[in-house]
Write a protein that binds this ligand. Structure first.
Ligand SMILES: Cc1cc2nc3c(=O)[nH]c(=O)nc-3n(C[C@H](O)[C@H](O)[C@H](O)COP(=O)(O)OP(=O)(O)OC[C@H]3O[C@@H](n4cnc5c(N)ncnc54)[C@H](O)[C@@H]3O)c2cc1C
Ligand SMILES: NC(=O)c1ccc[n+]([C@@H]2O[C@H](COP(=O)([O-])OP(=O)(O)OC[C@H]3O[C@@H](n4cnc5c(N)ncnc54)[C@H](OP(=O)(O)O)[C@@H]3O)[C@@H](O)[C@H]2O)c1
Length: 444
């Protein structure tokens, strides 16, 4: 019988398991599946941990999420087509939930589909070799300190790419008397109450970590961008300046001559696609972009059509895009979709990449990733979902952010699956200090 190994039980790994389980429900023969998960529980990044650095076994901590993390896009844009928010919560809920609520939703589908039985928890994949016909996987059971080897016909890499931080160095860091950390290790904005905080970066982590520090009482928040500023209308007490030049004691000196007293420096400088467990010829080599090179349909390794990477793109679309990728990968493995010859594959990849390279703004990027997702969607039996509505929602969301970065999370969107319009939350985001599911779901 065909066998499939899946590395990771985050949203992507769970999409893969659900895709096969759905085929089973419809009467298809499905392969033997083993999903390796190095954490003790499923849900990937959504499985919050207070830990930073290494876990109790010496393995690096996967979690990059933090307390008070709220969805940064409308939940409607990531809704599963086969498992609506209405089904999970039995009532309409607001559009921007905190982490715990989305975690509960992800697990709701996984539990309904009984996916846990496929997962080996506390088991880290430490080495993968392709011997010409099989993937030889070496894994470590961390609890038992036991190494095992197993062979598979197909490999799904669903290990995520927002977990291994990219950490640049600046002059003066060694003698800086305050705290320096990467957003991967940021856990609780309360730590920075009454502090002068400098945040480096100009993407989602920089935006949200800076806003969290402001919301939870930092004295000042200064964001240093490298290439382009985010350019939002920041509230009083926050500002955006050009790139850090150096630190002199507690003073941050920026390239534009700006100087700022700093107690804590938070590097929101992004993450590495890091696959130390894969032999070189199997390894995807890319930075964070919308179309990583070398992947046909954004998932299938160009040089080995039996290895699939899920969710390796920079992401506007998330859970339902991962689903479309998983459904597509499933159908390739089941022989329902044939991969064209190498010339076509190369041409197709190059076309997507050259389109990506011409993108100029977030609106065009949203269009690009929507087209990409729809292309996969049209090739499988992923259930009905309105990607045109999702495209529209993303563009409105982008405009709401430009209008006011402090209020965009108070807006309401409609479901692309059920049509339900989300209620307005009982507390505006800027004043909602408690991120628990209980408080969020209460009607107050
Ligand atoms: C701070 C932060 C906030 C975010 N907020 C949002 C948001 O609001 N909305 C949104 O849609 N997306 C958000 N994201 C994007 C997020 O990447 C996706 O939502 C999603 O978690 C990606 O799923 P994944 O399965 O690809 O990866 P992950 O969630 O990272 O899961 C990967 C899994 O693989 C396991 N693993 C890794 N290596 C190994 C190994 N060698 N052996 C065994 N197991 C392994 C990990 O333990 C983990 O469980 C956020 C990301 C970050 C970093
Ligand atoms: N739910 C939430 O609220 C929330 C919060 C945080 C993160 N997230 C998610 O987390 C994921 C990762 O986001 P991310 O912002 O961490 O990574 P990212 O989107 O890959 O952005 C990386 C940032 O690092 C900057 N950078 C790289 N090298 C640098 C250097 N040497 N000095 C200064 N800056 C440098 C880049 O600047 P340039 O642009 O100049 O290259 C870029 O702004 C996203 O999917 C996001 O949606 C969500």
């Amino acid at each position: 019988m065909t066998s499939v190994a899946i590395i990771g039980s985050g949203p992507c790994g769970l999409s893969m398991l659900r895709a096969f389980q759905q085929a089973q429900e419809k009467g298809s023969d499905t392969p033997n599946m083993v999903c390796y998960e190095k954490q003790s529980d499923w849900g990937g990044l959504w499985n919050y941990s207070w830990r930073t650095g290494t876990d109790q076994y010496g393995d690096s901590v996967h979690n990059s999420m933090y307390r008070y993390l709220w969805s940064n896009g409308p939940k409607e844009c990531l809704e599963f087509a086969d498992y609506s928010f209405d089904e999970h919560f039995s009532k309409p809920i607001p559009s921007f939930p905190p982490r715990e609520v989305l975690y509960d939703y992800i697990l709701g589908r996984a539990k309904k589909a009984n996916l846990k039985k496929y997962i080996k928890f506390d088991t880290t994949v430490i080495n993968v070799i392709f011997n010409g016909s099989k993937f030889e996987i070496t894994s470590l059971n961390k609890k038992k300190n036991l190494i095992s080897r197993e062979n598979f016909d197909y490999l799904i890499v669903a290990s995520g790419h927002f977990s291994v931080p990219f950490i640049p160095e600046y002059e003066g860091m060694n003698s800086f008397p305050g705290r320096i950390l990467h957003s991967h290790d940021f856990r609780d904005a309360e730590e920075f109450r009454n502090k002068d905080v400098v945040v480096l970066g100009s993407s989602y982590s920089a935006e949200d970590v800076a806003l969290q520090c402001y919301k939870y009482g930092a004295k000042s928040v200064t964001i240093g961008y490298r290439n382009n500023p985010m350019g939002f209308k920041w509230p009083k007490g926050m500002k955006e300046v050009h790139y850090l030049d150096k630190l002199e004691g507690n003073k941050a000196i920026f390239k534009d001559g700006h100087e700022q007293h700093v107690d804590a420096l938070i590097l929101c400088s992004g993450y590495l696609h890091h696959f130390p467990f894969l032999e070189d010829k199997l390894r995807l080599k890319t930075h964070n972009r919308l179309y990583p090179p070398g992947l046909y349909k954004g998932i299938i390794l160009q040089n080995n059509h039996r290895i699939f990477y899920l969710g390796m793109q920079d992401q506007f679309h998330t859970f339902n895009m991962f689903d479309c990728q998983a459904w597509y990968a499933r159908d390739v493995i089941l022989g329902k979709i044939k991969i064209p010859d190498d010339t076509f594959v190369k041409k197709d990849i190059n076309e997507w990449i050259s389109k990506e390279e011409k993108l100029e703004d977030p609106i065009q990027m949203i269009d690009f990733q929507t087209e990409y997702t729809k292309d996969l969607y049209s090739a499988s039996d992923y259930p009905k979902i309105d990607f045109e509505l999702i495209r529209k929602h993303f563009k409105n969301w982008e405009h709401h952010k430009e209008e006011d970065i402090m209020t965009y999370r108070n807006k309401s969107f409609s479901s692309p699956v059920t049509g339900t319009k989300a209620p307005i939350h009982h507390t505006i985001w800027a004043e909602a200090m408690d991120d628990s599911m209980k408080t969020f779901l209460s009607t107050k």
